[in-house]
Write a protein that binds this ligand. Structure first.
Ligand SMILES: [Fe+2]
Ligand SMILES: [Fe+2]
Length: 306
């Protein structure tokens, strides 16, 4: 699939699980917000919202991936980072989990303008979790409410290029044997509860001139190695400048963590910025395995490529 080479992309972490003012920057590439200079404090939460700004041929578009787990955290951080709701050109919902669409209805309510919402239609299926603490959910993304509030739904199952600049992968094709859906997450299809295949989860992929791919993943339920491999296959580009997002590794256990580290080592990624559902234990192992290229994704981090 033809994906144009952008002049640059910037990725702002609006909501994530972590904030640590002592995490270093990488000048020119990874800059951290200085909370003391912001007009209000940043909040961290178990959720994700990432603003991707793409530049191509003098044109700039702001695509927001996900809206975190609650309006409280989402709008607080948009205000702290001075990102007006009307400045968002399109919304990409990575998958149908509530820690990613918690602020979506209120975002539509607060805007004067309608908003394009890109998502896989399986995101509307009720989702639940079986955890050591018991059953949680089901949660359902309300399609009718999104339409009523001015959402212009752009549903896709296969790869698409949006605004001529960024690709959404559609359902992820599996390529490695160690990344299979975990047993805890479930979905309800025609009244029947089943293991969630995560056909709804997609990554956002851009290609930057002379740099390679920038892959933004949200929860990586289909597996981060599978997602990177699939992005390479779809675009025909092997060079990976950055992989950003949640990798969902601690929940998969030590073997998955180790296999994923080995898989990522083979991919020779320029920057690994991991946070959200990766899990603290997995993050510490990634940091040890990639001392030069790994950084923690904190709220207020800005990544600039190109
Ligand atoms: Fe998720
Ligand atoms: Fe998540």
């Amino acid at each position: 699939m033809e994906l144009p080479e952008l002049s640059s992309v910037t990725v702002d972490i609006v909501v994530d699980n972590f904030i640590d003012v002592f995490e270093p920057s990488l000048p020119g590439v990874v800059e951290r917000a200085a909370p003391g200079r912001l007009k209000k404090p940043l909040l961290a939460a178990h959720g994700l919202a990432v603003l991707v700004t793409v530049q191509h041929n003098g044109k700039s578009r702001r695509i927001l991936m996900d809206t975190s787990n609650s309006p409280l955290v989402f709008f607080n951080n948009l205000e702290a980072l001075e990102i007006p709701v009307e400045s968002i050109d399109g919304l990409f919902l990575s998958h149908g989990h509530p820690d990613h669409y918690g602020g979506l209805q209120e975002l539509l309510q607060r805007r004067q303008q309608p908003l394009d919402i890109y998502l896989h239609p399986a995101s509307y299926l009720p989702k639940l979790l079986i955890t050591p603490k018991g059953r949680m959910g089901p949660w359902t993304l309300d399609r009718e409410a999104l339409l009523r509030l001015g959402g212009r739904l752009q549903e896709n199952t296969a790869p698409v290029v949006i605004d001529g600049m960024a690709m959404l992968t559609g359902s992820i094709e599996a390529s490695v044997s160690y990344e299979t859906p975990l047993p805890g997450p479930k979905r309800i299809v025609a009244g029947q509860e089943e293991k969630d295949s995560f056909e709804d989860e997609q990554a956002l992929v851009v290609r930057v001139k002379d740099q390679g791919l920038v892959i933004v993943a949200a929860c990586s339920h289909p597996g981060i190695t599978n997602m990177v491999n699939y992005a390479q296959k779809l675009t025909g580009e092997t060079k990976v400048a950055a992989v950003i997002g949640g990798f969902h590794l601690t929940a998969g256990g030590p073997e998955l963590i180790q296999n994923t580290i080995t898989g990522l080592q083979e991919l020779n990624i320029g920057l690994i910025l991991a946070g959200h559902c990766t899990g603290f234990r997995a993050l510490t192992q990634l940091m040890a395995a990639f001392p030069k290229t790994f950084m923690v994704s904190c709220v207020g981090t800005k990544v600039s490529i190109g």
